[in-house]
Design a protein around this ligand. Sequence first.
Ligand SMILES: Cc1cc2nc3c(=O)[nH]c(=O)nc-3n(C[C@H](O)[C@H](O)[C@H](O)COP(=O)(O)OP(=O)(O)OC[C@H]3O[C@@H](n4cnc5c(N)ncnc54)[C@H](O)[C@@H]3O)c2cc1C
Length: 506
Amino acid sequence: MTNTQSTDVILIGAGIMSSTLGALLKELAPNWKMTVFEKLSNAGEESSNEWNNAGTGHAALCELNYTSEKPDGTMDISKAININEQFQVSMQFWSYLVSQNRIQNPQEFIKSLPHMSMVQGQANIDFLKKRFKALSDNPLFKGMEFTEDPEKLMEWIPLMMNGRLQEDHIAATKIDTGTDVNFGSLTHKMFDHLESLGVDMHYQHTVTDLKRTNDGLWEVKVRNLESGTTAVHKAKFVFIGGGGGSLHLLQKSGIPEGRHIGGFPVSGIFMACNNPEVVNQHHAKVYGKAKVGAPPMSVPHLDTRFINNQKMLLFGPFAGFSPKFLKHGSVLDLFTSVKADNLVTMLAAGAKNMSLTKYLIQQVMLSKEQRMKDLREFIPNAKTEDWDLVIAGQRVQVIKDTEAGGKGTLQFGTEVISAEDGSIAALLGASPGASTAVHVMLDVIKRCFPTHIKEWEGKIKEMVPSYGQLLMNNQELLDHVHASTAEVLELNDPTKTRGSHLLKQA
Ligand SMILES: Cc1cc2nc3c(=O)[nH]c(=O)nc-3n(C[C@H](O)[C@H](O)[C@H](O)COP(=O)(O)OP(=O)(O)OC[C@H]3O[C@@H](n4cnc5c(N)ncnc54)[C@H](O)[C@@H]3O)c2cc1C
């Protein structure tokens, strides 16, 4: 073991979360020394990689699971508003980075793409119509359109309409200000920027242990995977941004806030179209409704994607089960995450989620032809030979004891766990994920640097003008944010799109 090196901040993992926190902290405290450890040979190779996630800029423009019908029949859009507001925070920070020349060529990581929801059958159409009406009244969702008109649908989604029976009753909403985000490219751009400012990047370095010292610092044990040597690094603040690897590291930290928490891995599989003629017939992200019993992250969608400047077409994700917590993880991950303090929580979760586990195992066993059947609900004429399977990333859902759900409740959101003294924080969970990275990392900063936050507030507002406010309550600021982010990021401008209208009432 070599001698100990000291730094101000250690970021574990080189995914979108660490890159975002690093980029924010470099603006707020430019003189702080920062070191990054990543076990793979490059940044953004796990969930943040463009092939491992769906690249949706989640703003609740098309994801039906962010709105639900209340018992009185009205539509609850509070979650959709929340996610949209959080996405606006990301857009503002990305646009700050571009306008200040910290990162360049926004087209390489974000592109405008219509976001659509599509449903079939009267009950679903009634739901979509209600959702549309509720969202249209909110300034965040300006420009959304609804139709049940087959001719209009043919114009919007010809690939999905060709080959349908006349009696198929379909409705859709569409908004042209949705986005496709290449989170892998964005992660690279932010780390390149950080490296140019002297941040120490260490690839093929895996963090194996971490412990708090008597002087209030953290000692992080790191193994160099190339040389096989181990070194200890000290830091005042540690961020555990290991994606699926975060839970094990949080447990190793021994902080009481990390107790009684478990993880449940859900894997993702996409189908990618290999026929350019088919790819070119579609231009949207089209989200459907999740099947009964399916977890929210396996809502099927047919997505135009832009990967390495090439237009692609992906369908999925199909959920699946693997005990690995990272795509490049170990089959022992689930087993080794069970500790004395979370055993009861995990057992309770196991008992409660038998049907989910069964569903996931059934999903893994699906043959390609069975997956094609699901795809044909979106593209009736899809040909088996045009589609290949692509293994996506792992999402580790948080399991914890909650008042509402009791012991072992499966959470589908993102959770920041931080020590009381703010010296360490970990990010668990993966939804809505990368799209809300800036909001989540600002939360980490607020929790972990309470003595600095006052002095940093001005700079945060320069980077994120809406910080501390709800855009939906401030039309002037919302218009400014929409117009300026659209200009800088070279996107469709919501202030210039048509007002919402119902194209055809049933
Ligand atoms: C199938 C799927 C679809 C998704 N779709 C979307 C979407 O459409 N939109 C969206 O916004 N989000 C989406 N997400 C979620 C999003 O991808 C994640 O929330 C996000 O990428 C997580 O970023 P991260 O930095 O926390 O983790 P990661 O990108 O996984 O990075 C963690 C890094 O830590 C490293 N690491 C782990 N352990 C250690 C260790 N001990 N030492 C050193 N390094 C370590 C890993 O190698 C990895 O590089 C999707 C996820 C999946 C799986």
